[in-house]
Design a protein around this ligand. Sequence first.
Ligand SMILES: *[C@@H]1O[C@H](CO)[C@@H](O)[C@H](O)[C@H]1NC(C)=O
Ligand SMILES: *[C@@H]1O[C@H](CO)[C@@H](O)[C@H](O)[C@H]1NC(C)=O
Length: 444
Amino acid sequence: MQWLFRTLSVYLALSLSLAVPSLDDRMMADHHGDHRVSSHHFAKMDRCEGIEFDAIAPDEHGVTFFFKGDHMWTGFHGDATLLNSLYKELDEHHHLGHVDAAFRMHHPADPSDHDHIFFFLDDKVFSYYQHKLEAGYPKPISEVFPGIPSHLDAAVECPKGECVADSVLFFKGSEIFHFDTRTKNVKMRPWTHLPNCTSALRWLEHYYCFHGHNFTRFHPVTGSVVGSYPKDARNYFMRCPKFGHGSDDTERERCSHVHLDAITSDDLGRSYAFRGNFYLRLSDRQEEGWHAFPISNTWKEIGGDVDAVFSYDSNLYIIKGEQVYIYKSGAGYTLIEGYPKSLKDELGIEGPVDAAFVCGDYEILHVIKGQSMYEIDLNATPRGVRKEAPLFFPKVDAASCGPDGVKVFVGPKYFHYESPMLFSASRIQPHPHKISLELLGCDH
Ligand SMILES: *[C@@H]1O[C@H](CO)[C@@H](O)[C@H](O)[C@H]1NC(C)=O
Ligand SMILES: *[C@@H]1O[C@H](CO)[C@@H](O)[C@H](O)[C@H]1NC(C)=O
């Protein structure tokens, strides 16, 4: 186990030193946020009801936090917690109940500011590291960011390469201030074409202005908006099960940044990706791309929220919790009599599992569960785990195997390996691909 933690911390250090936050939200949210319990009683806000956020910012682990009043949310799914459970001074010093803006400093001029989270409240700025307020803070904004006004609306960091120099963009009304973190030069630009942003986020090297429950993607240097915006944030940055009726499910499901639950191709060559209550199917005419449908249309015994799906011997296996459903693939899918059965009885492993796949005609099932991958011989009776290998990723959402190798899905990204063996042996992260852009053919 020790070496695994060591590998993990190297991985963490590595990913933090890169411009791209390579640890995704979901993964970390599951490790940090969802289990946090607040001792206070408070009226829980539901972000699926359409919230105008005060601020959105990643923390030092790349987990995206959403802030509204005294509430905050960790990652793209899960319930609200109280702001003061993590950032208590924000409340104590001001009793104001909301922040104006926040951002994470990943590319500071002063290395000691690396990965600090800056919160802006009225005319003050608070700097946090690992949820602790830095000594000397809060300070006047004018001292730390000279030339930047008080009562801001939003802030987002923009590294060199995406901006001309390492910068922070501050938003107030329709005025945008580019603050060069090294020279401290400030350039004000009136971007009146952009809605007034109440929060701003950099996500997968793209820049998003949030206004109302909508967002608009913009270019961080020119402010230009390309594509049809605004879009509803609940479709792309949140997992809102009841939301989306009447909107274009295909567009939403293809372009969502929320993690996939499962992905597979069946023996007839049909490819499916599962997320929440929907699945995406790659059209037989590939150029027509992916289309979304409710899962219950095709697998009526399954409402949604599957854990893993794989195909074997003309059957499609759907794993949900401690149960496995086996469907005969034909023109449609028919549940085989006697199913669902318990995962333990059918495959000799306990749930919940994260992902499962079979490569081609091999009879070996690979099951990913936490930080391990298990091999199960599907020809054996009874079936059971015959091999276990530790994995490099802390959390895998889905995985599939095809003629070109194994694809491993983690948050909004996927990673490609030539074989299951190379995947389990790998101790470095290969080049990440973006699911929405490179797999599902979305343009953002
Ligand atoms: C945006 O902010 C400007 C001030 O910079 C203000 O005049 C304008 O009314 C605001 N627009 C909206 C739609 O609130
Ligand atoms: C959100 O965008 C839609 C159009 O896509 C627009 O009709 C609506 O007024 C916007 N709402 C807010 C609160 O910005």
